[in-house]
Design a protein around this ligand. Sequence first.
Ligand SMILES: [Zn+2]
Length: 401
Amino acid sequence: MPDGADERVPGGVDGHNRTSKDLPDRGSHTATSWVRAGLRGAVPTRRGTATTERTTVRTTLIYGAGDVHVEEVPDPVLREPTDAVVRVLRACICGSDLWPYGLLPSSDVGQPIGHEFLGVIEDLGTEVTGLRRGDIVIAPFMWSDNTCDFCREGLQNCCRHGGMWGFNGAAGGQSEAVRVPYAQGTLVRVLGDVDEALLPSLLTLSDVFPTGHYCALRGGAGPRTTVTVIGDGAVGLCAVLAARRLGAERIVLMGRHADRTDLGRFFGATDVVPERGAEGVARVRELTGGDGPHTVLDCVGTLAALETALAVVRSGGVVSRVGVPQYTEGPVGYGGMFFRNVTLTGGVAPARAFIEELLPEVLDGRVEPGRVFDRTVDMSGIPAGYRAMADREALKVMIQP
Ligand SMILES: [Zn+2]
C-alpha cells in the first residue's frame, strides 16, 4: 500500500544522477548465495516426516496503536483448490502499516498485519497450474484471480474475487507462512536460481516499486517532463526511480531526511528540496523555470502534501497520488484544481499488473529498489521494527523469519 511516510518537503541542492559507485554497498550485494539451491533440502517439510512437520507458525498481530505482537498460530493449510501455501522468505513493514500502528483503537482481538512478502511455494491446490512446489514467488499486496474483467483491464486491485492480506480471515504477510487465495492469478514466479542479494529488490515488487511506478505512470512522467515527488519514504523514493526509468528529464524530490534524499539522488532525483509549505513551493517553482513541474507525485497522503502538490504543479499539469489519503475534505474542488485543468489521478496501485514488466530489470540489477531496506529483523524483532519505523529511525524494515 502507499507509503504514508510523513511529509517531507523540498530544499535545494543540485544533483545529478548517480551511479552505483556513489552509494556505499549495503553488504548484501557481494553475496553469491543462491536461494533455491540453498533451500532445496529445507523447504517442503510440511508433508515430510513427523519430526520435521510444523504445527504452528509465527505471525504478527496488532492489538491497537503501538501494540504489535508476534504469536504462534496454526500452520496454514489449503482451504480451496485454488490456494497455495507459501513459506515466507522475506516480508516487510509498510509505511501504511504505521497508520494503524499510530491510531488503531485497542482491542482484545489481534488483527493480522503485513501485506508485502515473497517466499517459496510449499503446497498447492489441485486447480493451480503454472506453479510448482519450490518455486520462489512474489505476492502483490492484494490477491486477485487475474482473469475477471477488472483484472484484464490491469486493475487487479479491483478484482471481483480479490482481497487484502490480513482481512476477512486471511493471514497477514508478516508471517512465517501464508495461505494464498487464487494463487495462480496472484503469485508471480521468479524463474531460475535467485541470488539472495536480489531478495530485497524482488520484495519491493510486492508493493512499493509498482506503487511508485503506477504513480509516475498515471502522472504522465516521461521524456520531456519535469516531475516533483513529494515524500522521501520508500514509495516516494521508488517513484523517483520509476520516473527516471520512464525517462523524466528533471526530478525534484521534496524530502527532509538527508540519508533518504541521498538515496533519492541515487535513484535519479536531480534536485532535492527540504523546505515545506509555501517556502517549498517557491523553491520548486524556482527550480522549474517559475511554472512548476508537469507532474507531481504525492507519495505521502496528508492534506498538507496534497496542498503542496496542487500549489506547485504547472498549470495543465497532473497530480498523481498514491499516499493513502488521510483527509476527507480539502482543496480538491473548483478553485483548487478544477479551474486550472489539473488532473488528479493515482489510487490503489494494481501491483500485480506491473511485476512482470519490472522484474527483469530487478533480476539483472539495472534497478536496485531493495536499497530502501535499511534494517532487517527476525520474527522476534518485529515489534522493535515497528518502533524503529514509527520513530523514523529506519526507512523500511525487512523481516527475515
Ligand atoms: Zn480479477
